[in-house]
Design a protein around this ligand. Structure first.
Ligand SMILES: Cc1cc2nc3c(=O)[nH]c(=O)nc-3n(C[C@H](O)[C@H](O)[C@H](O)COP(=O)(O)OP(=O)(O)OC[C@H]3O[C@@H](n4cnc5c(N)ncnc54)[C@H](O)[C@@H]3O)c2cc1C
Length: 411
């Protein structure tokens, strides 16, 4: 008989323990929110596979990636974040309570932060797995270009990323050989990048080619390309190979719930919130321009803080704003708008008129639009009258008489 899952409650569940998830945990832990971080492989994420991180601010000695992420993990633990090393198998994020399930447990959370990152697409060439990351196959020119100064590198791919990163590599490497699967002169990148690459003296091209195999002793020494028309094998000796044939975000779990772009990334707003209230996404899994540790931890800081505000607002919203005991008046205003400010005195008059029979809440949307968003109000000032914890009337054209009548109508 299947064992029943243990149910546990948290304020925040973070899915993924890379730099983005760890940073979010540091912020939610520090805000004293009960936080669980679930990681299915290595805490530290993709960064742990890198031997030298030269561009993360504050670490001039170019430490291993795991040196930096271990410090993040320690900091999160010190701040009370709990860790579970297991894979998240399913989620139900659409309700007020968010459900995250692993093989054995069911976690119910007020907010969920998705930090599942992604994985570089690989070629599938023979013995590729023997040379991944620091053994000769890299996926990040920004990270590894300098280590290839005066070396010969092979670039796989001809899309925008491949050609732009290949051009960047020519600033360091002595030669960049690009494997392109199309006929001579045809590439998948934009025309400007293509023309710049074709006229770059450090760049050479092997047309109509795909990867057949990777060869070498401890470290990669050769990429064996194959001509797709003749099947001829073309061994290319090199010091390193950079694969730029795409990146796959780890979003399979969220399909059908969280909105995804056509390339399966998660689009977020400036607070890292997804299309679902209380569900945030950060780091490489999001639709973003620069995928680096520095940007991942920045995302984590934003989402951690936004999650804390979301929970605080939820409590105020349920208990105070949408109270059920009396008729309520909610005045939504923008403190930097003069008309909005001036109408505050009218609200006070109405409040005095009804005394203890009316509960009045003033919500300044300048600091946060969270409560207005929950009330689906987009223009300010506005007045909402509530009855028994539900919206009864929404008014945008404000005058005392009309508001007074509306309140009386619901008494
Ligand atoms: C080879 C390489 C070298 C790099 N070098 C640098 C560098 O020098 N400098 C730099 O700034 N950046 C570098 N980067 C980029 C950097 O590593 C990433 O941008 C960063 O790790 C992104 O962090 P993240 O937390 O968003 O995702 P990730 O680090 O990918 O972490 C996501 C985590 O989520 C976990 N996860 C996924 N699905 C689940 C699930 N269902 N349940 C539980 N856990 C799950 C994964 O196991 C993973 O640990 C490099 C990347 C690579 C590949």
């Amino acid at each position: 008989m299947a064992r029943e899952k243990t149910v546990e409650h948290y304020d925040v569940v973070i899915i993924g323990g890379g730099p983005a998830g760890l940073s979010a945990g540091i912020y939610t832990g520090r805000a004293r929110l009960k936080t669980l971080l679930i990681e299915k492989a290595l805490v530290g994420g993709l960064a742990t596979y890198t031997n030298e991180i030269a561009n993360y601010p504050g670490f001039p000695d170019e430490p291993k990636g795991e040196t930096i992420t271990n410090l993040m993990k320690q900091q999160a633990k010190n701040l009370g974040v709990e860790f579970k090393l297991t894979a998240v198998k399913s989620v139900d994020l659409t309700g007020e309570e968010k459900i995250v399930e692993t093989f054995r447990n069911k976690y119910i959370a007020k907010t969920v932060i998705i930090a599942t990152g992604g994985r570089p697409r690989v070629t599938g060439g023979i013995d590729e797995e023997n040379y991944l990351f620091d053994k000769g196959i890299s996926f990040c020119a920004t990270c590894d270009a300098a280590a290839n100064t005066d070396k010969h590198v092979v670039v796989i791919g001809s899309g925008d990323a491949a050609i732009e990163e290949g051009m960047f590599l020519t600033k360091f490497a002595s030669k960049v050989t690009v494997s392109v699967m199309h006929d001579e002169g045809i590439m998948d990148c934009n025309e400007i990048a293509k023309n710049a690459a074709l006229s770059n003296p450090k760049m050479a091209f092997v047309w109509n080619s795909v990867v057949h195999a990777f060869e070498g002793e401890e470290h990669l020494e050769r990429v064996v390309l194959k001509n797709v028309k003749t099947d001829e094998l073309i061994p290319v000796s090199c010091d390193n190979c950079f694969e730029f044939i795409g990146y796959i975000p780890n979003t399979e779990l969220f399909e059908g719930q969280v909105t995804l772009t056509n390339r399966k990334y998660i689009p977020v707003d400036d607070k890292k919130q997804t299309n679902i209230d209380g569900v945030f996404a950060i780091g490489d899994v999001t639709d973003k321009w620069l995928k680096q540790i520095a940007t991942a931890v920045g995302d984590g800081a934003i989402a951690g803080t936004a999650a804390e505000k979301y929970i605080a607002e939820s409590e105020i919203f349920e208990e105070k704003i949408m109270q059920k005991e009396k008729v309520g008046l909610i005045y939504l205003y923008n403190a930097i708008d003069q008309d909005s400010r001036e109408f505050l005195s009218h609200v006070e008059k109405i409040e005095n008129q009804f005394g203890s029979e009316l509960v009045v809440n003033r919500v300044d949307v300048y600091k946060s639009t969270g409560i207005a968003d929950r009330l689906k109000v987009e223009s300010f000032p506005a007045v909402i009258i509530t009855k028994e914890g539900k919206i009864a009337t929404t008014l945008y054209e404000l005058n005392d008489m009309q508001i007074t009548e509306a309140v009386k109508g619901h008494m």
